[in-house]
Design a binder for this molecule. Structure first.
Ligand SMILES: [Zn+2]
Length: 679
């Protein structure tokens, strides 16, 4: 039986890559069944052991358990994301609740938690290495935060809250979606004034999708934002904008305000059951930031300069309005429109002018070159490794000493079987609990493939995405940990974007652009003037973008600092307290703030985008300070304490080991152009 199922057999391809070419959807049901049963057996054996709990028979044993399950899940989720079909989607729907229940049962297994807790209480006398102590700490936190150790009544209540939160989150998202689907703003020919071809095409597509002739605007960000940016008819911009910011806030059947009140009350209750004063305290305890006060400190440090900058930007936009004879005060629905005019006047950047200098092959080479200069890595194409789709490319990665580091898979092109977006994932993570296991890491993108015989040309944003995901990839590839739980990208949520966002900085450098951004036909380097305009344009409109983002971050925190919250009141009070300019509406108004309400992924966590950006700007500054963006000493510390270190230490400790101090905010302010360069 297992001999016929490649998921359960031995993997004999180079680097023990799974036989991806031979795996069929039918193989998964049996493989998952066997993997879950094996894991359950392993967990039972650990939990019911008569031996006195110690690190080896409890924590290391947990780290050794579930290997077949990771093996099967990793392959499955790679395919579910990058090369799915109806059969795989059906398995995904079937497996989601089974896997959720499986992990929930483990995390609420009292006998198991009693053993972890017993080891945890005696940690000082056990002579553990720092890495072992960290793994123990992470297991203890994982179980405790799931409710292990609480009495039966509290556990029951937590479960009720969890179920109710899940359905409220789903309802929240569906209400927003219903409002988006219910709205359409049809455009007559004269309403298209100002819209460039790509926006007209999109508006035609939006109308067609709703079964209408002609053009239309919908309330999805990708439809309404270009309209607000380009549409010359002011009253239509106002109409679309008002509908856009009223999603989930209409007083009718899809209104989310009562949902928010109930959600915030239940989250508060959950946090208190788990021993925290508020949901924000509960969430942040498991992050690098640690406390609401630390998050507020960060937001405040950026707020003041952003507030100054946005006032200057507003004045510059008002000047254009007045110069054009507009006898009105700039309103929120005017911002994007006049900002676009100013952008065009200042930088005159055209995508079609840039793309010929950014062929995909050159940008892949640039990412490899950067890794070589920084870390001595080399990348050799391999044609003998199994792949799941003919577009997937494979490289073996070696270290400076020629040692095998891992395998890197690049899957770059959009296709119907792939979900949208870009991501890094893995078929196997690094560890060395029972001998060295090297990682199999993937980058999955959605670039549009060049026409037959033509190269694929990237936008600058595409190129940045490639560098970003490659940074995540290196975090997985360069890992040198012992324990699976904290190897590679197994770090806290507000730290995981550091290796990826940091890597983007090299793409902006003349050292890279001059060498790799060459015209695909002539081989000429990108003209210096174009490069300068491209880089300078990155700080444009940052006062606006930073202010609308920070507004949402403050609101997120305010919602989670205790009790049920009235959405309108929180929004109004936050705006008042921060003296938010009238022309700037929150990036996400509470009634449609899906990041924090349709699931809790970013609840009390919306700040983390900015937190990571502080880290990456400050980390890159460590190179700039030396005058060499490839400085070997800084690169060595970066490798040791960040890219190779996984989650072996508290992130603050790891960062200080790399930088010699905690991160400063100034490099971020300069990167966003919120303070003058000379400062
Ligand atoms: Zn990322």
């Amino acid at each position: 039986m297992s001999k016929d199922n490649p998921l359960l057999g031995e993997w004999t391809a180079p680097f023990s890559v799974p036989p991806l070419h031979a795996i069929e959807p039918d193989h998964f049901a049996a493989a998952f069944e066997q993997a879950l049963a094996e894991h359950r057996g392993e967990i039972d054996a650990i939990a019911s052991s008569r031996a006195e709990p110690d690190f080896g028979n409890t924590v290391a044993a947990l780290e050794r358990s579930g290997r077949l399950l990771s093996r099967v899940s990793n392959v499955f989720y790679v395919l579910a994301g990058a090369d799915t079909n109806d059969a795989i989607q059906a398995i995904e729907r079937d497996m989601a609740p089974l896997l959720a229940r499986h992990w929930n049962e483990i995390h609420l297994n009292e006998a198991l938690f009693a053993r972890i807790d017993s080891v945890h209480r005696r940690v000082d006398g056990l002579g553990l290495t720092p890495e072992q102590a960290r793994v123990l700490e992470r297991y203890h936190a994982l179980f405790r935060r799931a409710g292990a150790g609480l009495d039966a009544a509290a556990k029951e209540r937590l479960k009720e809250i969890g179920d109710r939160l899940a359905s409220l989150g789903t309802a929240f998202g569906q209400n927003v979606l219903a409002d988006e689907q219910a709205y359409i703003l049809p455009l007559a020919d004269e309403d298209l004034a100002g819209l460039p071809d790509f926006a007209r095409d999109a508006a035609r597509g939006d109308a067609e999708e709703r079964g209408l002739a002609g053009h239309a605007v919908t309330l999805s960000r990708s439809s309404v934002e270009p309209f607000l940016q380009f549409a010359a008819r002011r009253e239509l911009r106002e109409k679309a904008f008002r509908a856009w910011i009223a999603r989930g806030d209409n007083g009718g059947a899809t209104d989310n305000n009562a949902t928010i009140a109930e959600l915030t009350a239940l989250r508060d209750e959950k946090a208190r059951l788990l021993g925290y004063p508020s949901f924000a305290d509960y969430r942040l305890d498991d992050t690098m930031a640690k406390t609401p006060a630390a998050v507020t400190g960060l937001l405040d440090a950026v707020w003041a300069p952003a507030r100054r900058r946005v006032a200057e930007e507003r004045d510059a936009l008002q000047e254009i309005v007045t110069a054009e004879g507009g006898n009105f005060r700039l309103a929120p629905w005017d911002w994007r429109y006049y900002a676009e005019k100013l952008r065009k006047a200042r930088f005159d950047l055209d995508e079609s002018e840039i793309k010929p200098y950014l062929p995909l092959e050159a940008i892949i080479e640039a990412a490899f070159y950067t890794a070589n200069r920084l870390f001595g890595l080399t990348f050799t194409p391999r044609a003998d490794v199994p792949i799941y789709h003919p577009d997937v490319r494979v490289w073996e990665v070696a270290g400076p000493d020629g040692r095998h580091v891992g395998v890197f898979f690049g899957d770059y092109f959009a296709r119907p079987s792939k979900r949208s977006g870009a991501w890094m994932t893995s078929l196997r993570d690094q560890e060395r609990l029972d001998g060295e296991v090297r990682p199999l890491v993937l980058n999955v993108m959605n670039f549009n493939k060049g026409a037959k015989g033509e190269p694929t040309l990237l936008s600058f944003d595409d190129a940045r995405t490639l560098f970003h995901e490659f940074g995540h990839g290196l975090h997985g590839l360069m890992s040198e940990g012992t324990y699976p739980m904290i190897s590679g990208t197994g770090v806290l949520q507000d730290f995981v974007e550091l290796p990826s966002q940091l890597y983007e900085h090299w793409l902006d450098r003349p050292e890279i652009l001059e060498r790799f951004a060459r015209h695909y036909k002539t081989g000429e380097p990108m003209p210096r003037a174009l490069m300068d305009r491209l880089i300078a344009s990155r700080t444009f409109n940052q006062g606006f973008l930073t202010t609308e983002y920070l507004g949402s971050s403050y609101v997120d925190l305010d919602f989670h600092l205790g009790g049920a919250k009235d959405a309108h009141k929180v929004e109004a009070e936050t705006r008042e307290r921060m003296q938010m300019p009238e022309e700037v509406v929150l990036r996400h108004r509470p009634p449609h703030f899906g990041h924090i309400f349709s699931g809790d992924g970013y609840a009390a966590g919306y700040y983390s985008y900015l937190w990571s950006e502080v880290l990456d700007a400050d980390a890159f500054n460590a190179f700039e300070e030396t005058g060499d963006v490839f400085d070997p000493a800084v690169a060595g510390r970066l490798r040791e304490h960040i890219y190779a270190a996984g989650g072996a230490r508290e992130p603050a400790e790891a960062y200080q080991a790399f930088r010699g101090r905690m991160p400063a905010v100034d490099p971020l302010l300069r990167k966003r152009g919120l303070v003058d360069e000379a400062a």
